[in-house]
Ligand binder design. Structure first.
Ligand SMILES: Cc1cc2nc3c(=O)[nH]c(=O)nc-3n(C[C@H](O)[C@H](O)[C@H](O)COP(=O)(O)OP(=O)(O)OC[C@H]3O[C@@H](n4cnc5c(N)ncnc54)[C@H](O)[C@@H]3O)c2cc1C
Length: 310
């Protein structure tokens, strides 16, 4: 994604650019296609509020700079309250088409295995940089400088969600239109359900790290079982906070915790869990989420999960 933006900006300034992309010849464990700009996890660009939020301000600045990423995101935007979320497949296809159509951009589908020693290069190979290049970067920078751990964004079939318990509402009813104000699907938990969920999470079997992954977690993006280990209330004050929401099926009772889901595609047939990196887990176990839900977490970055009615 960053490489496409960099190439686009340079080409718009009249500089001829060659993008080297290793997919689809060399695959990663998370990418599913050979498309440029493929989003491997959450489909959200976070807040689009350029007055109150630093991320929204960056969006504004990128739009002002003629960003390909932002123009394409705006074209494939799907309702997400105050956030900017996209329909990921057409989004990546549009980026790919725009890059290929640019007269000053050439795309070569090959893996780069060493750091080039001549010419001007931008290395934007992301967290799934291939092994050989990662080794070259490590040799250049010192191995302590690279850290990565994997997380998943469980995706849920809309028709498997029990709508007699869940309801649609954006936090604090944010959004300009009714569609935006009801962009999120909320799954409530009572205190007993939340406590049972935390117990199941803490007892769940954990996976081992893959070669190349480190356990150097970033506090801004923690797996849920790590958050739960830090305190039983941590999730309830983090991605599962019940604030700014009113249970449409039981308005008198405030939920103890809420799992929020966001539309993952324009058709509204798939949803993903909001705060997906933070709401990701390296637990392999089947985790009971007793707010009428059970989801299966596995290591696949795009695992399709089901919420079962209980
Ligand atoms: C499983 C997973 C989940 C994530 N979840 C989130 C999330 O929820 N929210 C979030 O903000 N971020 C998340 N991230 C981080 C996310 O990858 C980045 O936010 C974003 O995609 C990075 O963009 P990028 O342009 O740096 O890399 P990418 O979009 O990955 O682009 C790098 C490109 O370089 C190519 N490449 C790699 N090595 C070579 C090589 N040697 N030669 C040629 N081409 C090469 C790759 O195929 C890829 O197309 C996640 C990452 C992973 C892996």
């Amino acid at each position: 994604m960053a490489g496409c933006e960099a190439a686009w900006q340079a080409a718009q300034l009249g500089v001829p650019v060659t993008i080297y992309e290793m997919r689809p010849k060399v695959e990663t464990f998370a990418h599913q296609t050979g498309d440029l700009g493929e989003m491997v996890c959450s489909n959200s660009f976070r807040s689009d509020d350029d007055e109150q939020n630093a991320v929204g301000l960056v969006h504004w600045e990128m739009r002002a700079a003629g960003s390909l990423i932002m123009a394409t995101a705006d074209k494939h935007r799907i309702p997400a309250g105050g956030a900017l979320a996209v329909d990921r497949e057409p989004y990546a296809k549009s980026i790919t088409a725009a890059i290929h159509a640019h007269p000053l951009i050439n795309v070569t589908y090959d893996e780069i295995t060493h750091l080039p020693d001549e010419g001007q290069w931008i290395v934007a190979t992301g967290p799934l940089t291939s092994g050989a290049l990662a080794e070259a970067i490590q040799a250049e920078t010192g191995s302590e400088a690279l850290a990565f751990f994997d997380a998943i964004a469980p995706i849920i079939y809309a028709d498997s969600i029990d709508m007699s318990r869940a309801w649609m509402q954006s936090r604090y009813d944010k959004g300009e239109t009714e569609e935006e104000r009801t962009a999120y699907l909320n799954c409530p938990m009572s205190k007993a359900q939340y406590e049972a969920f935390i117990d199941a999470l803490l007892e769940a079997e954990k996976t081992e790290f893959k070669p190349g992954e480190t356990a150097g977690y970033f506090d801004g993006c923690l797996p849920i079982e790590v958050m739960a280990e830090r305190g039983r209330e941590t999730l309830r004050f983090g991605p599962m906070k019940p604030v700014g929401l009113c249970n449409a099926h039981d308005p008198e009772n405030k939920p103890y915790a809420v799992v929020q889901l966001r539309r993952d595609n324009a058709l509204g047939k798939l949803f993903n869990i909001v705060g997906s990196v933070r709401f990701s887990t390296s637990a392999t176990a089947m985790i009971s989420m007793v707010c009428s839900v059970v989801f299966i977490a596995d290591r696949s970055a795009r695992a399709v999960c089901r919420i079962f009615r209980t």
